[in-house]
Design a protein around this ligand. Structure first.
Ligand code: ZN
Length: 218
């Protein structure tokens, strides 16, 4: 059996390694979990004893095969619960992450598979993040950050890199939720802000920061 805290570490290590494409450092894990480097070190020892991670002092931490399998299963549960909360219970996309953080730890033999069946095997969660299947395979979808588009490019919003409620609510206000179409009109050379046209013909200016946190499929 592994504890909820251990599960959260596995997930954090998975996310950091994925994002930075290298082993996770103690400091990065501490920042991700908002805890101290000392408590991270303690936990890493425990996870290494259980053969869930490989830990090399200067290289950082990598998940073992089993650690990777557990982290993937957790992310699968988390994202399926998010789909359930949004599609079946009517929550908004900025409201579901904290609930899913709790629900992902619920154990039950075929609970997740039944949930997956019930939802019709969704491949992406309400934030556009891929949901691994029961075998741990990830769907891949080509997408680009809005900031990398060229003037005249048209795209459809497919996901976010910033999952904060503040950002998601701002996107709601702008009408830039998943599936929304847009066209980049120009990038302002002064501050790299982006002028776009929405599908209903509105012209809006977005900050460079928004451009680096919004994924679109051209
Ligand atoms: Zn989430």
């Amino acid at each position: 059996m592994i504890s909820h805290a251990e599960e959260n570490y596995l997930k954090a290590i998975f996310k950091i390694s994925e994002k930075e494409a290298k082993a996770a450092s103690t400091n990065a894990i501490a920042a991700e979990l908002q805890t101290t480097a000392a408590s991270v070190t303690d936990m890493l020892k425990r996870l290494a004893e259980k053969n869930l991670i490989a830990y090399e002092k200067y290289r950082g931490v990598e998940l073992s095969g089993e650690g990777n399998r557990l982290a993937t299963a957790l992310i699968r549960k988390h994202r399926l619960w998010e789909v359930f909360l949004v599609e079946k219970l009517g929550f908004a996309w900025d409201e579901v992450h904290d609930l899913a953080e709790q629900l992902e730890h619920v154990q039950g033999d075929d609970l997740v598979d039944r949930l997956d069946n019930f939802l019709g095997h969704p491949k992406f969660d309400p934030h556009g993040d891929p949901i691994p299947d029961a075998q741990g395979r990830w769907a891949f979808r080509p997408q680009s950050l809005l900031a990398t588009l060229k003037p005249g490019d048209r795209g459809v919003v497919t996901g976010v890199d910033d999952h904060s409620a503040a950002f998601l609510q701002y996107l709601d206000q702008l009408g830039l939720t998943l599936g929304a179409q847009l066209e980049l009109i120009e990038r302002i050379p002064y501050d790299q802000s982006l002028r776009i046209r929405t599908q209903d013909g509105r012209e809006i200016t977005l900050s460079e920061k928004v451009g680096h946190n919004l994924f679109v499929k051209i």
